[in-house]
Ligand binder design. Structure first.
Ligand code: GDP
Ligand code: MG
Length: 393
């Protein structure tokens, strides 16, 4: 479809892509605005005196101490290794979802913070280091180059001359790629039909369970539709989540036509006045033609049965698959009109870089992130909180 914004040019060596950093070069507010960055109040350029004086803050680098604390977050899910396909065994955490500190930038965040540690002058060396950190953190070449160029522009505009003053610049550059404004929000118009698509094992069924529970907590009525009829286990697994959350579910036997299940689901939802209908699907990307036909048929059923309902089609992506997630967006983008993505398994894997790449490479908002296997381990995607996570904020 039309999501792909750029073509890859993975072959060129990184060094050749970085423009040389010339701090004195003028950057206009328009140039920043074109990148989606709101320029700060322009300070007068002639003020490097302040930067040059050995300001006492330069030694304020408390990060390493904080590195030890995040362990505390790992205590809950640190039981046994879960086998795939068996979330039945996963404990249901009864604690309500508060917003713990996000740790999905593990090594990426630490390496960025380390690179900013000294009070050195800002030169090409810093940008080359950033480039290498990005590329080795699941951030593709195109996104890396754009991030570095944006950082250089912002640094020039903001008259940043020291590497330890780069924090806001880095945040702004990443935000410019990741933040899609209101599009991160789900449609608030009820009834809402959510189709979940994505490859097997990505976390669709688990996300449906969590999302259903979330809507329920918000006072909405919810119905699950077991549209993954390809494997019996898929329906059983969704039934467990439905039980857990106390959400009704419509299902047919294994091998049934998913559209027929959806049809029944929509009839039930209309009769009950259900607010949110969440439909599972089978993620058979190997048979793209079938998948496309199946999803088209499901959409036709919705057009016919419930045209007044609002809709979301969410692609569920497993962060631990790294760059493979990119080709999944391309492939599923070909077979469905996606309205957003959910990035799962961002807990403890430190693969946050892939989220930056996906947000940058596609015109698609990240709607939710999965941060564990428990029923409360789903977060609405908040760009500022996400980017703040790099600096442990
Ligand atoms: N750690 C972690 N595991 C997850 C998350 N989301 C899903 N899983 C696990 O990933 C596996 C596959 O999930 P499932 O929902 O069955 O994927 P589906 O095949 O796309 O429906 C299961 O073991 C889930 O418990 C997450 O956010 N964090
Ligand atoms: Mg499933």
């Amino acid at each position: 479809m039309l999501f792909r914004r750029k073509t890859k040019k993975e072959t060129a060596p990184p060094q050749e892509q970085v423009t040389t950093f010339a701090p004195e070069e003028a950057v206009s507010a328009e140039e920043l605005a074109a990148l989606g960055i709101e320029p700060d109040e322009q300070t007068l350029p002639a003020e490097p005196a302040e930067e040059a004086s050995p300001a006492p803050e330069e030694t304020v680098m408390p990060e390493p101490a904080e590195e030890e604390t995040p362990v505390q977050e790992e205590t809950a899910p640190a039981e046994e290794e879960q086998l795939p396909e068996e979330p039945a065994a996963a404990p249901v955490p009864e604690t309500p979802a508060e917003q713990p500190k996000m740790t999905f930038f593990g090594s990426l965040g630490k390496r960025i913070r380390d690179a900013m540690g000294g009070g050195e002058d800002l030169t090409d060396d810093f940008f080359e280091e950033m480039e290498e950190i990005f590329i080795t953190s699941d951030i593709g070449m195109d996104t890396t180059v754009e991030l570095v160029q944006t950082m250089q522009l912002v640094a020039k505009y903001d008259h940043i001359r020291k590497v330890n003053k780069m924090k806001d610049v880095i945040k702004k550059a990443i935000m410019a790629r990741v933040d899609k404004g209101d599009r991160h929000k789900m449609s608030e118009k009820m009834p809402l039909i959510i189709l979940m698509i994505g490859i097997n094992g990505g976390g669709k069924t688990t996300t449906i369970g969590k999302l259903g529970a979330k809507y329920l907590r918000e006072g909405k009525s919810v119905l699950f539709v077991a549209g993954d009829t390809f494997r019996a286990a898929a329906g059983e697994q969704l039934a467990i989540w439905a039980d857990r959350a106390g959400i009704p579910m419509i299902s047919h036997a294994e091998g049934a036509d998913p559209s027929a299940v959806l049809y029944d689901g929509l009839e039930a939802a209309k009769a009950r006045g259900t607010d949110v209908i969440i439909c599972d699907t089978a993620g058979r990307l190997q048979n793209k033609k079938n998948l496309m036909a199946e999803l088209e048929k499901m959409n036709r059923i919705i057009d016919k049965q419930y045209p007044e309902a609002s809709r979301e089609t969410l692609l569920v992506l497993d962060a631990t698959t790294g760059k493979n997630a990119i080709s999944q967006v391309e492939q599923f983008g070909d077979v469905a009109a996606l309205t957003g993505v959910v990035i799962t398994k961002l807990d403890g894997t430190a693969k946050g870089g892939i989220a930056i790449t996906i947000a940058d490479q596609f015109d698609l908002p990240i709607k939710f992130i999965g941060v564990g296997e428990g029923i409360n381990d789903l977060r609405e995607f908040d760009p500022a909180a996400f980017v703040g996570g790099i600096f442990d904020e």
